[in-house]
Design a protein. Structure first.
Length: 391
């Protein structure tokens, strides 16, 4: 049987057995609509309430009614950015974000620019960290929102979220963070970190695809971006609730936060072992992202003198699944906007691969993967017109 090793967990994860067990009754036994008044509807509401409590507890929200379920992280990001902008436009039309955000944030900001809002895209340093002096310099009297992701989805750098949130509040500005890659890898406490709005997604933590949540601190003004119902999500997000997926999300985030310490120890060990073996077998590469302040789940590597797409395809033939960037942009031939913002030259950025680990990866798997990388890199460099050692 062909060996298959999945190292693309930042794109999506498998659904765990515990999560599937939580979801299954919602398909064929407890299948009511939460908007219905009969007993089947009430059973669905009970499932919805339990999941909301689980998300609330996982992120230490003050109340369960601060959790709004969405179709995923993209909708949560869009809603946070556009919903807050529309609701607070009378106070100002200036928003600050970073140049390395997920496109769910960047494209939402681009849409607002078409509507007359002004967006400041903060530069980052060589490690992907937002520069605090630049942030302070960007703040204006009409700034209404600052949005900076917690963990970068391509290089794994962890931002100084608590500091950024405090700066925002010192100036009376709302703060949003995309925590899609952070849940389960960084301890997210919305009260301690002073977060006003936070986006989450289930399928990065062994939950189902197509469901996420937006935390909105009570008292924050936010307009809906979907219309058609008045009862769902307390009138803020229309559409019949996806009860099976929401139930799965609740279970997934409960497990992810409960096992946070054990998971991170395992991922740290695997990532370090992977890098150690890679250094033994391959020359001329660089690791992108912060050397210490980073997620244990993500390792972004640029191999000099060759293209990432070629590496990806040859590794795939060997049964190894990796990515060149975010899954949402991996089919683009353009250099990563994240690496570009970090100052990585285009020719080096083009040779980048993102390895993202799960706890099911063994040292034997790592040995196999790094052996295959050694073969692939040697093969590609032998036919490359660029000598890797001279980049």
């Amino acid at each position: 049987m062909e060996r298959k090793i999945y190292l693309d967990n930042a794109s999506t994860t498998y659904v765990s057995n515990e999560v599937m067990a939580e979801m299954l009754p919602c398909f064929n036994t407890l299948y009511g609509n939460a908007g219905s008044l009969h007993s089947f509807g009430r059973d669905a509401v009970a499932i919805l309430d339990r999941a909301r409590d689980r998300v609330k507890n996982a992120i230490n929200a003050n109340k369960a009614n601060e959790i709004y379920f969405t179709s995923g992280g993209t909708e949560a990001d869009n809603w946070a950015i556009i919903g807050v902008a529309h609701a607070n436009a009378n106070k100002g039309k200036h928003i600050i974000t970073s140049a390395i955000e997920h496109h769910a944030v960047l494209h939402a900001c681009e849409q607002l620019e078409k509507e007359g809002f002004e967006i400041t895209y903060l530069p980052v340093d060589q490690y992907g960290l937002v520069k605090m002096p630049e942030l302070l310099h960007a703040i204006r009297k009409d700034t209404i929102l600052i949005s900076v992701m917690t963990v970068n989805n391509e290089v794994g750098t962890i931002q100084n979220i608590k500091t950024i949130a405090k700066i925002a509040h010192d100036y009376g500005i709302l703060f949003h963070t995309d925590a899609v890659q952070a849940i389960g890898h960084v301890k997210m406490d919305v009260q301690d970190m002073e977060i006003d709005l936070m986006s989450m997604s289930a399928h990065k933590i062994h939950g189902p695809k197509g469901v996420g949540a937006l935390y909105v601190k009570n008292g924050i003004r936010i307009d809906p971006i979907t219309y058609g119902g008045t009862s769902q999500e307390r009138g803020k997000r229309s559409g019949t609730e996806n009860i099976p997926a929401i139930a799965g999300f609740g279970k997934a985030i409960e497990i992810a936060t409960k096992n946070y310490i054990i998971t991170n120890k395992k991922l740290h060990s695997i990532r370090d072992y992977f890098l150690e073996k890679l250094k033994e077998k391959v020359e001329y590469f660089q690791v992108n992202g912060h050397p210490h302040q980073k997620s244990n789940a993500i390792l972004n590597v640029s191999f000099y003198g060759i293209e990432g797409e070629s590496i990806l395809m040859l590794l795939d033939l060997a049964g190894i699944c990796v990515s060149t960037a975010s899954a949402c942009t991996s089919k683009s031939l353009l250099p990563s906007h994240v690496l570009k913002a970090m100052g990585v030259p285009d020719d080096i950025a083009q040779g980048s691969i993102r390895f993202s680990f799960g706890t099911n990866i063994s040292k034997s798997d790592v040995d196999y993967v790094t052996d295959e990388i050694q073969k692939v890199v040697a093969k590609l460099r032998a036919i490359s017109p660029i000598q890797a050692g001279r980049i």
